[in-house]
Design a protein around this ligand. Structure first.
Ligand SMILES: NC(=O)c1ccc[n+]([C@@H]2O[C@H](COP(=O)([O-])OP(=O)(O)OC[C@H]3O[C@@H](n4cnc5c(N)ncnc54)[C@H](O)[C@@H]3O)[C@@H](O)[C@H]2O)c1
Length: 307
């Protein structure tokens, strides 16, 4: 299958803007659709065509899909914690927005859809590392919405004439992450230190997370474009676990050696430990993580200082 023209929903956001960059590097004409709810126009790589549009605007969205070969669907409301108070809006965007994207894919005969799924679909890990076939019991409205949307993509691909691949991203770190109180513990800790505050850890900080570079996530999307087969679902992580305490210490050591983090109560909806089993991604699309947090942390701190 040949892909000449791609569309990235949410391409002004953290992950989408990196995918758009990799698409351009692969000489693929790239359209970014984003309503700038969270993303920023300056994050969109030059060379992309940018259309400011809401994916909820189904008719206009459909027009954007003319001649598009492949869609990378990243646009979503991305937060576990905030999705409890905002479950209606999050479900509307994450589920119905995805339905709009699938509808446009089907009407305009797009060949392939790569869906940005999430580790949030699992809920609690039944064993570590987490395999894709473990029970899916999301513990947050966000996780439910990502799971529903993932199922819509895969099921409609069965009925339709397009291929769908779902990539379940783990905790992604890197530059260009929008600063919010809810998503991206690394970006949040760095920015608290830049504001003269200490990192605030929810719970005892011993919770394990799989921190994966946004560069690896973007590359996994390109690999899924090239090698992913219809119906495949796979974890995209680093395959390694790091505690939140270790992350806080790594950042403190580099930014303000003497201080200690503060601890607050655990947050509702947050899953326990998580580490991705990346065997499937290795097998299906030849994915291998290249960047680890300790190699990239200085660059991310510098980027946040210049933000
Ligand atoms: N960041 C993570 O650690 C992580 C982990 C697992 C899965 N994901 C998934 O990856 C995808 C990208 O996440 P991100 O971290 O880059 O978040 P982000 O908020 O930076 O990017 C999402 C983008 O979608 C846009 N958007 C939101 N609603 C829209 C709408 N109605 N119409 C058009 N554009 C809209 C936002 O403006 C933003 O630019 C999401 O689908 C998310 O669920 C992210």
């Amino acid at each position: 299958m040949e892909f000449k023209k791609a569309l990235v929903t949410g391409g002004a956001g953290f992950i989408g803007s990196h995918i758009a960059q990799d698409l351009l590097s692969n000489n693929i004409e790239t359209i970014v659709v984003d309503n700038l709810y969270m993303g920023k126009e300056e994050y969109i790589p030059s060379g992309c065509r940018f259309v400011k549009m809401d994916i909820m605007d189904a008719d206009k969205l459909e027009d954007m899909f003319d001649g598009v070969d492949i869609v990378f669907h990243q646009a979503a409301h991305v937060t576990i914690r905030n999705s409890i108070d905002n479950f209606y809006n999050d479900a509307y965007t994450n589920i119905m927005g995805t339905v709009n994207v699938i509808n446009a894919v089907m009407k305009k005969n797009v060949k392939k859809l790569i869906y940005a799924s999430s580790m949030g679909v699992y809920g609690q890990a039944l064993s570590l590392p987490m395999k894709e076939d473990q029970k899916l019991e999301p513990t947050s409205p966000y996780g439910i919405s990502k799971l529903a949307a993932e199922k819509y993509c895969l099921q409609m691909a069965e009925f339709g004439s397009f291929d769908a691949v779902a990539l379940r991203y783990f905790n992604t770190f890197g530059t260009k992450q929008t600063l919010t109180p809810y998503v991206g513990v690394i970006t949040i800790f760095i920015n608290r230190l830049l504001e003269g505050k200490v990192p605030l850890i929810f719970g005892d900080g011993k919770q394990i997370r799989d921190f994966v570079s946004v560069l690896d996530i973007a590359r996994a999307n390109i690999l899924a474009m090239k090698h992913g087969k219809n119906g495949q679902v796979m974890n995209i992580g680093s395959g390694k676990g790091t505690t939140v305490n270790e992350v806080a210490q790594m950042i403190i050591d580099r930014m303000d050696g003497g201080i200690k983090p503060e601890y607050g109560s655990p947050q509702a909806g947050e899953p326990g430990d998580s580490i991705a089993d990346i065997t499937r991604a290795r097998e299906f699309i030849n994915y291998e993580p290249r960047y680890f947090l300790s190699d990239k942390i200085d660059e991310i701190i510098e980027w946040n200082k210049r933000r």
